[in-house]
Write a protein that binds this ligand. Sequence first.
Ligand code: G16
Length: 543
Amino acid sequence: MPVIVLPTTPYEGQRPGTSGLRKKVTVFEQRLYLENFVQALFDVLPDAKGLTLVVGGDGRYHNRVAIQVILRMAAAKGYARVLVGQGGILSTPAVSAVVRRHAASGGIVLSASHNPGGPDGDFGIKYNVANGGPAPEKVTQAVYARSREVREIHTCDSEDVPLDALGTHRIESTELVVIDPVLDYANIMRGLFDFDAIRKLFQSGFRLRFDAMNAVGGPYAKALLEDELGAPVGTVVNATPLEDFGGLHPDPNPVNAEDLIGHMFAEGAPDMGAASDGDADRNMVVGRSFVVSPSDSLAVLAAHAAKVPGYSRGLAGVARSMPTSTAVDRVAKTLKIPCFETPTGWKFFGNLMDSGQVTLCGEESYGTGSNHVREKDGLWAVLFWLNLVAVTGQSVESLVRGLWREHGRCVYSRHDYEAIPTERADQLMADLRAALPGLPGTQVAGQSVVLADDFAYTDPVDGSVSQQQGVRIGLADGSRVVFRLSGTGTEGATLRIYLERHEADPARQDLPVQQSLKPLVDLAEALAHVHQATGMEQPTVMT
Ligand code: G16
């Protein structure tokens, strides 16, 4: 089975977005499309002699086909060892855990995250580097550049590797090890949280509903919550990963996880609800009749971290993406620890964690995590919340209300306008950017603008600069509106408008969120003419 070389021609548009290359399955099914991208990646990586690679995905449609392609190409590249999850399954945080635990040189994650799956759904591929985190921009840019020149695919003419049982196989001189996808991840969780306290919580009758949305989080949640921590069987629902997620849109927000929300707002609701996404790195936490915003979730975890064994010595610092609410900034101030503001994308947290400046990070897009791996981690967040409920004796709602009492409430919402024509979205952003210099000091929709810029970030560790990371409009009272285009969609463009207003008055903290943010919606409309530009009366999703 010698290495073979297949001639190919470059495909347009293999530019990784916020989190890897995401396209329709039908795009990935084109002849040598995946091979081209993987070859571009392997061409920019150093010689693989003696190195270990990790490969796994969220089990969506095309996962198995793609894994076999990658295994053959990894053998041709000359890796010493490839670790692949049983059944081709590894959640995104588990890939990160396995890379770190086995000192691999990197990992390939096959997932389009929270995007729908199936033959007409989405697929994706992402490379993680040796710290277990998403490749930094200099790597993704190099891969894209190479994808435009790739002319040869190096692969092996070999049989498919059996993935359904644990075991060791070989292609050429590369050893392929099919590993238990849960093992390394579960070990990390045991070291971080007070499992005895969580076990006692479940023994006391505490009820959790964890919706794995027919995605890869199911096996992890079942193993830890039901098998190990004693939550009753049936606590984890939609627990079997399906190629099309059973038709669900595995995005844990109140819109797409509406079944969970229904249970949590019904009579006799469980004490806590949670959901994770396609690749199990996102999470949503819900109290009884009480939705927790991701930004508040991050702030609560930061505020109480010292009560959890893995963080009992305190946090070095925290970080949030720019559009995420400033709730965690307020907590960090009280804790007297630094708080970093990064562009959207988990990759920007890597250097801060590697250099020991940050322990906890989070994003408004339902992502929270810590330096235990270099990805956001859905089940980790749920275990963190369970640990806090167990040791404080407080409900989910009461922990969030405690945050609001001490720091005021950062009332927050994100409005998405999905699948709009790309040229219109680009024009809207261009017009906004052109208007920025004239805005500070003016009144827009009756409100005083004090800041108007396009967020740029200089990484404090390696000095790399990322420009044009979102248009920020700041008001005199500290409220803000942020505009940016999503980097994860696969159809046209998605405009995201992030709205935040601080409410210090406890009597007004329970006003409906959209009502409380209405002045900011008016401001966004006055500035960007969103309805006219998108042709939509309402956002397609409001989180
Ligand atoms: C990815 C990134 C996140 C980002 C999110 C949304 O998450 O890892 O850092 O916040 O996309 O990005 P955008 O606003 O550009 O669509 P995931 O869970 O999709 O990998």
